[in-house]
Design a protein around this ligand. Structure first.
Ligand SMILES: Cc1ncc(C[n+]2csc(CCOP(=O)(O)OP(=O)(O)O)c2C)c(N)n1
Ligand SMILES: [Mg+2]
Length: 799
């Protein structure tokens, strides 16, 4: 300690050398532990303890070097090769790594996914158990990894953009728990082959335009499974191919660095100033890390000897990064051979022990279930006779002999024993009770957290009715939203909105007209035409605690942005077992207009691909505003599909625009009637209203129900109550046959037991199976029209 207070230059130099040496040895130790983890992990799969394994061997040295510059507040958006990075950053340890490999469902053992994800899919929590934001600015963060190649890229853009917004937007500056003046970087990692995906190019371009603190590391091991990079990348080099993106004096763009993945010292030297520059200037950068190896090949599913030539395999051995780092340390007298041998041996033991602990923890609760089940099975067998007795006894024997049982094996044993005994057999009671309790327990383990379950559930938001002043004005639909967004941005210090034409002109239907000038170009912004990364932008902002409203200009173009919504945002909460929330609101407009790509209503696609989202289909803009209010108080992602033909329809302006809420999953009866129930949503309701008016004159009185949201759907079963009264029901929408109308049909018939109250066959009225033909006649003959509805209702009344 005394030396610290000494002014002796030689002592200081010695000290700093000692610090440096220790740092290098620590990195070497982590690299060795990570390598041993990969080697042992593969064995665990090959001996059957784990299902599949994919490892970070060959990338260790680059990752210990990167992790040095990964600071509190930073977030990683990476992929399955990053175990060393995560270990060096203190986010993962070896035992946790094995727990995930074994798919341990206990969140305390696999804190990244509670056994829901394949191995090496990391995540850190961004919310606490109540859904409140953790102090992300003080934590080293990892967004949750996904298997789809390059799937991390769209979100990386938003994770980086958040820093820019926290730095530039006045009202965001107060969120010091989320950001320290926007100095946080998003570290994105990607394999060389995955840079072939459009996701990568779209995001690199957008980052170059936006100038956001994004550091992209390409781990270039030369292959995407078996396909070498000359078939992946122009010129066989991502840094060469990207040269035109290089930022020059006075231009935007990105910085590009080329490094060798075995060159520890070279990487550290470049990373330090380069990463600091990103932090300070928000200039994005790409680090092309070449000459990386894959000692064990791609994954446990195959062997690389099948596609790598002997010369390549020999080269990989020679240029193995750990071997190279070791030689460098010896050459530079940073360590003696013995010292390194020691580190390597200790790493091996440490990894073995960590693995064993993970395995024991994984098995313990299942073994306990066996111990609880066995006496119940034995006592049931004792009370039975004949075949049943033998069957149950042999099930008990079999279970007893299974030293490493799975939960499913216990469930199967119990169910089979109950079947053999007869469920009504009184002696089976205790076993049945136990079986039921395990079913509940397993459902809680495996089927939970699709949505927020706690206080941040949108379903728990207090319902506040809208009210109108005596002199309430009647305005166009778009003016309702414009006024609403104005009030929202004035009062909510977390919201940001962006999309194509959203900024300067205030969106194509003027919902944001005039608001960019008022709230700033960082808060209400135009984007390039890049739906995929607009969605990623929203996901990343949401993960960092902001409340983005990310716009898809027309519902038809949602397809471009669907992948990150479906694979990423919709599964975030689920795949982190509640550890992360992604409160993204996707705003779009659709249904009824004219033209193949301007009238889409692909609702079946949406509800089936976006489980984990709330899907709101407001019939007008007053309802839409109430839905925004509800969603903004909760933490789940949602999509609001406004009616494209509703912006110029007149609506009365509520007086409590900012406070009224529309509860999700609660249909509204928009017209009462006793003869037949018509169920629909969105723009269709106006056509139905016209049909219902005509039918009224014919003496047929329709009850018209607006479901308001498709996910969730009619949670209190209002529709079946209507059906009880009318005994006839039609589900109507603009989707293709078998789309959302079929979904509503299924919900009411099966889930609500609606079939019991039918006098005539239930029907659906949908669009034709093809895309709509152009113009008014095309619309009339492609989508359900008033006369179709009248005809079907009359047929049903006559049945
Ligand atoms: C969208 C998608 N397509 C295909 C796959 C199957 N797949 C998994 S990894 C991989 C190769 C990735 O290679 P690279 O990006 O170079 O990463 P590496 O594994 O070499 O580190 C492929 C094709 C996938 N997971 N996702
Ligand atoms: Mg590769």
């Amino acid at each position: 300690m005394d030396a610290l207070y000494s002014n002796d230059a030689a002592t200081l130099e010695k000290l700093s050398f000692e610090n440096f040496r220790n740092e290098v040895l620590k990195d070497y130790r982590i690299a060795c532990e990570s390598r041993e983890t990969s080697l042992l992990g593969r064995k665990e799969v090959l001996t059957g303890k784990a299902k599949f394994g994919i490892f970070g061997d060959g990338k260790e040295v680059a990752q210990v070097a990167v992790a040095k510059f990964f600071k509190p507040g930073d977030t990683r958006a990476g992929y399955y090769r990053d175990q060393t990075f995560m270990m060096a950053a203190g986010i993962a340890n070896v035992e946790q790594y094995f727990s995930q490999l074994f798919s341990d469902p206990d969140i305390n053992n696999d804190p990244f996914s509670a056994g829901r994800q394949m191995n090496a899919h990391f995540a850190t929590k961004n919310v606490d158990d109540n859904g409140d934001w953790l102090p992300l600015a003080k934590m080293r963060n990892s967004s949750s990894d996904m298997a789809p190649t390059a799937g991390q890229m769209p979100r990386s853009l938003g994770l980086a953009l958040a820093s820019k917004l926290f730095r530039n937007v006045e009202v965001f500056k107060q969120h010091t728990n989320l950001s320290d003046n926007g100095k946080e970087i998003c570290f994105a990692t990607i394999g060389d082959a995955s840079t072939s995906e459009g996701h990568f190019w779209e995001v690199i371009n957008a980052a170059g335009v936006l100038q956001v603190p994004l550091a992209v590391f390409v781990w270039d091991d030369g292959y995407g499974i078996s396909v070498p990079k000359q078939y992946q990348t122009t010129k066989g080099s991502i840094s060469e191919a990207l040269k035109g993106m290089q930022k020059t004096n006075g231009s935007n763009g990105i910085d590009i660095y080329k490094l060798k993945g075995w060159d520890y010292a070279g990487m550290c030297e470049v990373f330090e100033p380069a990463i600091q520059k990103i932090r300070d200037t928000h200039t994005p950068a790409l680090f092309h890390i070449e000459e990386i190896t894959q000692p064990q090949g791609h994954s446990t599913s195959g062997s690389h000897e099948r596609y790598k030539k002997p010369e390549r395999l020999a080269w990989e051995k020679e240029w193995d990064c750990i071997k190279q780092m070791r030689e460098w340390m010896l050459e530079n007298e940073l360590a003696a051979e013995d010292e390194l041998n020691d580190i390597e041996m200790t790493a091996k033991h440490f990894v073995k022990e960590s693995k064993q602990r993970a395995w024991d923890k994984f098995l313990a609760p299942v073994k306990k279930q066996t111990e609880e089940a066995l006496p119940l099975l034995v006592s049931l067998a004792q009370s039975l006779e004949g075949d049943a007795k033998n069957t149950v006894a042999s099930i008990a024997d079999h279970l007893n002999g299974n030293k490493e049982p799975l939960r499913r094996e216990i469930m199967k044993a119990l169910a089979t024993a109950l079947d053999a005994a007869g469920h009504h057999q009184p002696a089976a009671g205790p076993l049945q009770d136990y079986y039921n309790s395990l079913r509940k327990e397993n459902a809680a383990i495996y089927n939970s957290y699709l949505y927020n379950q706690g206080p941040k559930s949108a379903l728990k938001v207090k319902v506040i009715d809208k009210y109108y002043d005596e002199h309430a004005t009647v305005v166009n639909g778009y003016e309702v939203l414009n006024k609403y967004f104005d009030e929202l941005f004035a009062s909510n210090n977390k919201v940001a909105a962006f999309g194509e034409d959203v900024g300067f002109i205030g969106d194509v239907n003027q919902g944001f007209a005039g608001l960019q000038a008022k709230y700033g170009a960082d808060r209400i912004s135009d984007t390039g035409i890049r739906e995929l990364s607009i969605m990623g932008q929203g996901i990343g902002l949401a993960l960092r605690g902001l409340r983005p409203i990310a716009e898809i200009q027309y519902l038809d173009y949602l397809l471009y942005g669907l992948q990150p919504l479906s694979d990423d945002a919709a599964t975030t909460h689920f795949r982190t077992a509640g550890g992360q929330s992604c409160p993204l609101i996707v705003r779009t407009r659709g249904h009824r207009l004219e033209g193949i790509w301007h009238s889409g209503s692909p609702m079946g696609m949406i509800i089936n691909s976006l489980r984990g989202f709330y899907v709101c289909v407001p019939r007008n803009m007053v309802q839409a505003a109430g839905m925004y209010n509800t969603l903004l108080q909760a933490n789940d992602p949602a999509i609001i599909i406004e009616c494209l033909n509703g912006y110029r329809l007149k609506e009365k302006l509520p007086s409590n625009l900012l406070t009224y809420t529309i509860p999700l999953g609660i249909p509204e009866i928009v017209k009462e009637g006793e003869d037949i129930t018509l169920v629909s949503y969105g723009s269709m309701l106006r056509i139905i209203a016209e049909a219902a008016e005509t039918l009224d004159k014919m003496g047929i009185h329709c009850e018209v129900i607006d479901v308001q949201t498709l996910l969730p759907f009619d949670i209190h079963h209002t529709i079946v109550d209507s059906l009880k009264k009318t005994s006839r029901i039609v589900f109507i929408d603009e989707d293709v046959p078998g789309g959302a109308a079929a979904y509503m049909f299924n919900k009411v018939m099966e889930e609500q037991g609606g079939y019991r109250y039918l006098d005539v066959s239930p029907r659906t009225i949908t669009a034709q199976p093809h895309r709509p033909s152009y113009a008014s006649d095309g619309d009339y003959f492609s989508k359900p029209n008033t006369e179709d509805i009248i005809r079907v209702v009359k047929e049903m009344m006559a049945e």
